[in-house]
Ligand binder design. Structure first.
Ligand SMILES: [Mn+2]
Length: 305
């Protein structure tokens, strides 16, 4: 399955990438044909996730613009970058989606270290964890050390879905049940895949079921923070629920880098180790991004994936 998915994705995607340089150069040129003056920001690290390349919802043009105007030493791709599940049923791959892949590869050529933590929608790449593909380091999870020496665990976050499903019971049953729930989520998913069943997202189901979406988001944030604290980290960077946030929960700092389906958000670290969320709102115009400090109180309409 993994080999099939990889060859399927890589052959078609890389073929299109090969013809892409011209497209990207053309699209970044001003009406006079000269390169426009572009303000480029430099960061120590950039974290992005939930791009969902291969779906109509993906805001690839905005992401391309963001990648061209933001440089970094290390770029973390925090899962659900490509939507392998959707592509398996219907091929959808416009030039801008190849443009994103190309922009990432160009960053590698110019010296950026790129670390890819696959999520549930691009889990076909999990078979390659521990390997380097086209200069991209693929890992199950990563540890990022900030400029001020804090250890942040970098994960996608999908394996916390089961914890949220049974949050009320688990609170009574204790740590062993919590660990079991994490494991069950993994087994359930593997079994469905082995049986050839269509992909089913527990998180999407939960969000539909839970009347108050905010309750779902809080449960996810707390479940992640609790696990990260138990493992001795200072904080976490994750994605998955399409809701960017920076907040301190139970003594650890929870960072969620948001998504590129609806909110167009990224998490960036400066040279002193300060992290902030960038909301790449007005990509078509030349306005600067609005820093979105801490969590937005609005609940996103997008279903977490
Ligand atoms: Mn996900």
């Amino acid at each position: 399955m993994a080999e099939f998915a990889w060859s399927f994705l890589s052959k078609r995607a890389l073929n299109e990438v090969a013809n892409l340089g011209d497209h990207v150069r053309r699209s970044s040129r001003g009406p006079t044909g000269r390169e426009p003056v572009r303000a480029v920001r430099h960061h120590r690290a950039i974290f992005i996730s939930d791009v969902h390349l291969g779906t109509r919802g993906c805001k690839a043009e905005q992401l391309l613009d963001f990648l061209e105007r933001n440089q970094c030493q290390t770029l973390y791709l925090v899962g659900d970058i490509v939507d392998g599940w959707r592509l398996k049923y219907r091929w959808f791959w416009p030039a801008a989606h190849s443009g994103v892949v190309h922009a990432i590869l160009r960053k590698i050529d110019s010296g950026t270290r790129v670390i890819y933590v696959p999520g549930n929608h691009d889990e076909c790449f999990r078979a390659y964890c521990g390997r380097e593909v086209a200069g991209i380091e693929i890992v199950r999870e990563a540890v990022h050390e900030t400029a001020d020496g804090r250890q942040l665990l970098v994960i996608h976050g999908d394996h916390f879905d089961a914890v949220i499903a049974y949050a009320k019971w688990l609170a009574h049953l204790g740590d062993w049940a919590y660990t079991l729930a994490l494991q069950l989520n993994e087994w359930c998913h593997l079994a469905r895949r082995a049986l050839g069943l269509r992909y089913w997202s527990l998180s999407a189901y939960l969000k539909q079921k839970v009347k108050n979406a905010l309750e779902y988001i809080c449960s996810f944030e707390e479940a992640v923070a609790r696990d990260v604290r138990a493992r001795g980290f200072d904080g976490v960077v994750c994605g998955h629920i399409h809701h960017a946030a920076i907040r301190t929960i139970a003594g650890v700092v929870y960072h969620n880098d948001g998504d590129w389906v609806e909110s167009c958000t990224a998490l960036v670290e400066d040279a002193r180790g300060h992290l902030e969320i960038l909301r790449w709102a007005n990509a078509g115009s030349r306005t600067l991004p609005v820093p979105a400090e801490h969590a937005a109180d609005d609940v996103p309409a997008a279903v977490p994936a």
